[in-house]
Design a protein around this ligand. Structure first.
Ligand code: ZN
Length: 242
């Protein structure tokens, strides 16, 4: 089975469409939360995910837009964007976000999907070998797919410890018997210094994960954000991938 794994799309429809245009034919699209927040096209992004039959989980930004307590922890720009999103989505979009589960194990697979971490599904940043080690007991499958940090990463079990494995665009990782956390990076707001959209392709028959990048029209997204009245800082950072 070929699966495209997308995370942190953040209402960036141009980035999402660039990714969908580059992945070719896949058997499934899995998304790891933060469908909305920051960007200018929440309704269009949810509509697209519906069209392609994507399945996935809820992120802290999705939770905040649905009125969840995640909003309390937001910085001022993130809060403004969440409130803007809430004011600009229709009931169907809101219902879609509300019904996203916090954790998902697709039938017949060895993958668990969460936004943050398996033990603190929406909020924890799984960004260290220490956090990864502590989270190994919190999920039952062999592999766990995570987002939230917006940085492509792998943490893999090794003799009772956890090591970080470097990932680079086009580079593949063989999925062996070792348990691992895989982060595809962010489609709509990358933060690893590369502004192109980041995603992951899983080939379950070949036991391979491959990270990919694709360029999209950043200017057009920035213009749409400014025209919508979203915070200029959120638009500017797209250019730098930070
Ligand atoms: Zn995010």
């Amino acid at each position: 089975m070929l699966v495209a794994v997308l995370s942190d799309i953040h209402s960036n429809l141009r980035a999402l469409d660039a990714v969908l245009g580059s992945i070719g034919t896949v058997d499934a699209v899995w998304q790891l939360g933060d469908v909305v927040g920051y960007g200018p096209e929440p309704v269009g992004v949810v509509e697209r995910l519906r069209q392609i039959g994507a399945i996935g989980v809820k992120g802290n930004h999705d939770d905040a837009v649905c009125g969840g307590e995640s909003l309390e922890g937001f910085n001022p720009d993130a809060r403004i964007a969440a409130e803007w999103t809430r004011a600009h989505v229709d009931a169907a979009t809101l219902a879609y976000l509300e019904t996203l589960p916090e954790l998902l194990t697709p039938d017949g697979t060895d993958f668990t999907l969460v936004h943050g971490s398996p033990r603190e599904r929406i909020w924890e940043y799984l960004d260290s070998t220490f956090a990864a080690l502590e989270n190994l007991a919190a999920f039952g499958s062999r592999y766990c797919l995570i987002g939230h940090t917006h940085v492509p990463t792998v943490f893999r079990e090794r003799r009772g410890r956890v090591e970080e494995v470097a990932v680079a665009p086009e580079s593949g990782l063989r999925l062996d018997e070792r348990r691992a956390f895989l982060n595809p990076g962010s489609v709509g707001q990358p933060r690893d210094g590369d502004p192109t959209a980041s995603y992951l392709i899983l080939d379950t028959s070949a036991s391979r994960a491959t990270w990919q990048r694709v360029a999209y029209d950043i200017d057009a997204t920035q213009k749409a954000m400014l025209a919508a009245g979203l915070p200029p800082r959120l638009a500017r950072r797209l250019r730098h991938g930070r």
